[in-house]
Design a protein around this ligand. Structure first.
Ligand SMILES: *Cc1c(COP(=O)(O)O)cnc(C)c1O
Length: 406
């Protein structure tokens, strides 16, 4: 008999307002990038610049001016970000290096490959799931001088990385910092700055399972006007005048100039309209995830067999990455997952390290024990469901099943 998963690992929180927003666009006669996308970008900018709008915020100051550019995925956003930072650009240069954690989704590393650059993997620090700043520095030092161009820290699970340490190292070696903030919306750190707005460029994801969603989509954020200009142009075929501007400008609507061989990475209005509603719910959705995390923390605290996820200020709680304590648990992580699945509970593993994926393993001749802390994190991790809309009965069932399966 096949088990029916009745508590899925993830489920988007989509209500009447999202449905109505999509219908409004479908009926408007304008489906691609236009007024909705521009409004979404503006509202997203306001959100990040104005942490005083956060619930319970004690903050009174605005953050510096930001440019927010909607894209069709965070993967496209990472590609545009690296391109704008000059990776692989000079004289069609190949062999630039981009430092990334091995403990991430392939998108983080594949964006470097798009530009003919090499992703160079970095281990995580124990217990954090985050790129280890000391290991980052060692990895940079091992490269021939001038090869390392950028580093992409990942705010795993929504908990911001140690950005101060990473920024110091990046500045010292002249690297650009692109934050993979795919999990980290909204992650407001203690000093009133959002994850994704600290480095040179930040990239958020609105993929179906992420904290707010448009189905597929993303947002690229930066403070530098020149970088923003490059990203905007490359996002739409290297054309310096978007289709929308051509219809709304006073200049002849048929005229445009191609300045570069760009990409087709724009976010359509149909999706941006859904994103605007999701954005307006972002704090409410976070509160729901926090309630679930608090219930898990309470139930699992003090259990010798389990290691609770680290948390801290600005944790967007995208994941609940529980760990099995190998000294105390007799069964394997995989066996544990199949027990949960038999009880109808969907779980996941974040992440299968990139250095053991066939492509990267073969291309860079890597072996599993090259990144011991990454492997150690991977082998014992299990991500529990933490989606807004889960009922407390469902949360209790997950808790009971976890405790009975140990
Ligand atoms: C989901 C994810 C991405 C890619 O996001 P898309 O919007 O699906 O392209 C990148 N990095 C990390 C860490 C992710 O989890």
């Amino acid at each position: 008999m096949k088990a029916i998963v009745d508590i899925p690992f993830a489920r988007p929180f989509i209500g009447r307002e999202e449905e109505e927003a999509a219908l409004r666009v479908l009926r408007s006669g304008w489906l691609t990038t236009g007024a909705e996308t521009i409004a979404f970008e503006k509202e997203f900018t306001d959100f990040l610049q104005n942490p005083t709008l956060a619930p319970h915020s004690q903050l009174s100051t605005l953050n510096p001016q930001l440019f927010c550019m909607a894209v069709n995925s965070a993967t496209s956003g990472l590609h545009l970000a690296l391109e704008a930072c000059g990776v692989g650009r000079a004289a069609r240069r190949r062999g630039d290096s981009v430092l990334v954690p091995s403990y991430t989704f392939t998108a983080t590393a594949e964006a470097a490959c798009y530009l003919g650059a090499d992703p160079v993997f970095v281990d995580v620090s124990p217990g954090t799931f985050h790129m280890d700043p000391a290991a980052l520095e060692q990895a940079i030092k091992r490269l021939p001088p001038g090869k390392a161009k950028a580093v992409i820290p990942v705010h795993y699970g929504g908990l911001p990385c140690d950005m101060a340490a990473i920024m110091d190292i990046a500045h010292h070696y002249g690297l650009k910092v692109i934050e993979d903030a795919a999990h980290a919306f909204p992650s407001l750190t203690g000093n009133g700055v959002f994850a994704g707005t600290i480095g040179d460029i930040g990239v958020f994801s609105f993929y179906a399972t992420k904290t707010i969603t448009t189905g597929e989509g993303g947002m690229v954020v930066c403070r530098d006007e020149a970088l923003a200009g490059r990203i905007s142009i490359m996002r739409s075929h290297g054309i310096d005048r978007t289709v929308w501007n051509r219809y709304s400008d006073t200049k002849a609507s048929w005229y445009y100039e191609v300045a570069e061989a760009g990409y087709k990475y724009n976010l359509p209005d149909l999706l941006a309209a859904v994103g605007r509603v999701q954005l307006s719910r972002a704090w409410e959705l976070l509160r729901m995830r926090e309630e679930i995390a608090a219930a898990y923390d309470k139930a699992f605290a003090g259990k010798q067999q389990l290691v609770l996820p680290l948390t801290g200020p600005g944790d967007a709680r995208h994941l609940y990455p529980l760990r099995l304590n190998p000294q105390q648990v007799k069964i394997s992580r995989d066996e544990f997952i199949s027990r949960l699945k038999k009880q109808g509970i969907g779980v996941s593993v974040h992440f299968i390290p990139l250095h053991i994926m066939p492509y990267y393993k073969k291309r860079f001749s890597l072996s599993a024990n090259d990144f011991p802390e990454t492997m150690n994190s991977f082998l014992h991790e299990i991500s529990l469901p933490i989606w807004p809309g889960m009922t407390m009965e469902q949360v209790e069932r997950v808790i009971d099943t976890v405790l009975c399966s140990l």
